[in-house]
Structure formats: structure tokens, C-alpha cells
Design a protein around this ligand. Sequence first.
Ligand code: 13P
Length: 251
Amino acid sequence: MRKKIVAGNWKMNKNLREGANLAKELKAAMAGKTVNCEVVVCPPFIHLALMSIIFEDKTIKVGAQNCADKPSGAYTGEVSAAMLASTEAQYVILGHSERRAYYGETNAILKEKVKLALENKLTPIFCIGEVLEEREADRQNEVVKTQIEEGLFDLSADDFGKIVLAYEPVWAIGTGKTATSEQAQEMHAYIRQILAEKYGETVANETSILYGGSCNAGNAKELFSNPDVDGGLIGGASLKVDTFLPIVEAF
Ligand code: 13P
């Protein structure tokens, strides 16, 4: 059975002290609770090592939001996949629409990042999704297909089996305008069909596909009840225990 995952993407929020406080609060709130999904927290780089200490019992996993497309060397300001692994982070978000739109990350660059993440035993949470104009032109399927093909389809079936996908329609991110349950299910089923055509039914059925974009306590249950929606990548609502925990508990 594929993994159910709720991952919080803190984006560029929380200083070191605030991040530590939120992590400790979340850990305390989850203590003794039975949770039916993997819970992942993806803070900014500077928090990672500390998060791994706070979450040392691994009931909550730690992920990064990006990594370099080069293994090491003279790349000022970059953080390598090997460095992330050394903090005991287990996941890394790659190809978030904000990285694609504001930092020029192309599918070709992302392909390198995915390779390096896998070499360092990190699980990529690979983000895909169309912008509003593409949705309005009914082009969402071809856009998502190209992102997957160009970013991931040079992987072996074995390596592809280590990937988590996150469908995040860009028009739903931070807008309060969630995709409807039907829109999410329709796209997730389409993605699974593309995976089945390339890698076969087994790989397709075992790949976790998360939904992201204005997911909150009020809509998580309905979104996650769809057969092809395996969890969520949560932005704004991951910044407070009160708004994040109910999403985790939606499973
Ligand atoms: P919001 O939940 O704030 O819409 O952000 C979604 C997102 O981009 C998660 O990666």
C-alpha cells in the first residue's frame, strides 16, 4: 500500500527560535496520538539540523525545500543534497512552482537535483502543476505531463519508485482557492495513468501523489478521501499547530 503523507512546507517563514518553538509544540501535540500518515516538516535550511534533534524519535520526519543541482564546489550560497542528508533530513521538495517561477528552475535543472537527491538517499517530493491561464485553456494535463516527462522520466523504475509527487495547481497556492475534490482526483488519476504507461501498474499504484494548494482543516478530509489523493503538501496552514494538526488528523 502506498504511503499517506502530510508535509508542511514552511517556505521562507520562522526564524530559528520561532521554528524551534513550532516544532516542539507540534511534537508535544502529537505525543500519544495515533496518526495514520507520515508527517513531514520542511523548514528553511537553517532549521534542519536542529529539527532532526527535536524530532530525533522520528515520529515526525524532516525535509528541505530545495537542494543544489551540483554535488559540491564553488557555488556560493547553494546547499548540496549531501549536506541535507548529513542533517538527517529524509525528504527534499523539488520543483516547487515558486522555485520554477522566481528562480528559473527548469525541468532540465530539476532532473539534476532529483538525481543528486536520490544518490544521497533523500526522498524527493517533486512538485508539478499548471498556472491559471493553462487551466483556463484546458491545458493542465499536457503541462503536468511535460513536467513529469522532462523532470523524471529518465529515472529507472527502481529509482522512480523512490519519488513522491505533489500536484500543486499554481492558481490554488496561497490564494484560498482550493481545487475542487473532483479536479484533484481527476488530475491525480491522470498522473497515475501516465506513470502506469511508462513504468507499469505496480510502480504507478505505489507512488504517493500529494495535493497542495490552500489545503486546510476544512477541506483536507474531502480531498484526502479521493482514491488517488495520498495526502497533502501544506503551506500557510503548516505554520501553526492548530491549523496543521487537523490536516494530519484528516487521515
Ligand atoms: P498554501 O497551502 O499556502 O496554499 O501553499 C501550498 C504550497 O505551496 C505547499 O508547497
